[in-house]
Design a binder for this molecule. Structure first.
Ligand code: ADE
Length: 231
């Protein structure tokens, strides 16, 4: 099957609605990750749960690209709010992504620099960003287009949140998008990252995250479906 779109999420809740809608479903298991192929809204797609964190996300994106060659990879899920004015339930569509825990500054590099390719920021596909922004507005969702900062840490403190906001001008933080972006970039594959806010990435995050996770995850998945329809 010629796959048009690949969809990656970290957790079951972020993908269960989309997987349940797949027609003509098949599954390919590679390196412990199930790649569900099928038809979603008339488009051929592959959907995979990568697991939490940058290494799993990178593995999943690389396998997806090499095995299925999608024309677009979408990373969907939840995120913590970093910029002022972004609250639980809001949507953040990434225009750029970075890795806030990438740090070779002791040897003279700027924080966040990915050595070798010499990049801090990775650009999401512009057409996908525009579609996501428009569809979110159509759905009555509050949408912010901005930078998403990724790292292998659940951010749950005012100090770390403020560090990420100041150093990277980020709108939201999560744990996979920057890795998907990095892998997509080196493979010249267009990508988009869409997230719904589940918490404020501060002292209230550990309480808010389990409370809002399901609703936020479903909201991001619904917007992902809207992008698939229009792609
Ligand atoms: N995903 C959702 N909330 C998050 C947070 N506060 N930190 C990192 N990843 C998240």
């Amino acid at each position: 099957m010629n796959i048009e779109i690949g969809i990656i999420g970290a957790m079951d809740k972020e993908l269960e609605d989309l997987i349940s809608m797949l027609e003509d479903r098949g599954t390919d298991s590679i390196s412990g990750i199930d790649f569900h192929t099928g038809i979603l809204s008339g488009k051929s797609v592959v959907i995979a749960k990568c697991g939490i964190g940058k290494v799993f996300a990178a593995m999943c994106a690389e396998i997806m690209i090499l095995r299925f060659s999608p024309t677009l990879i979408i990373n969907t899920g939840v995120a913590g709010a970093v910029a002022d004015g972004i609250v639980t339930g809001d949507i953040v569509v990434a225009d750029t992504l970075c890795q806030h825990d990438m740090d070779t500054s002791p040897i003279g590099d700027p924080l966040g620099l990915v050595s070798g390719i010499n990049k801090i920021y990775f650009d999401a596909d512009k057409r996908a960003v525009e579609i996501l922004k428009g569809r979110a507005a159509d759905m009555g969702l509050k949408v912010h287009v901005g930078r998403i900062a990724t790292g292998d840490r659940f951010v749950a403190g005012a100090e770390e949140k403020s560090r990420i906001r100041k150093l990277f001008s980020a709108s939201a933080c999560e744990m996979e998008g920057g890795a998907v972006a990095h892998v997509a970039f080196v493979n010249s594959t267009p990508f988009a990252v869409v997230r719904a806010i589940s918490d404020s990435a501060d002292g209230s995050a550990t309480e808010d995250y389990p409370t809002f996770l399901s609703k936020a995850a479903a909201r991001s998945a619904a917007l992902t479906l809207a992008l698939v329809e229009r792609w």
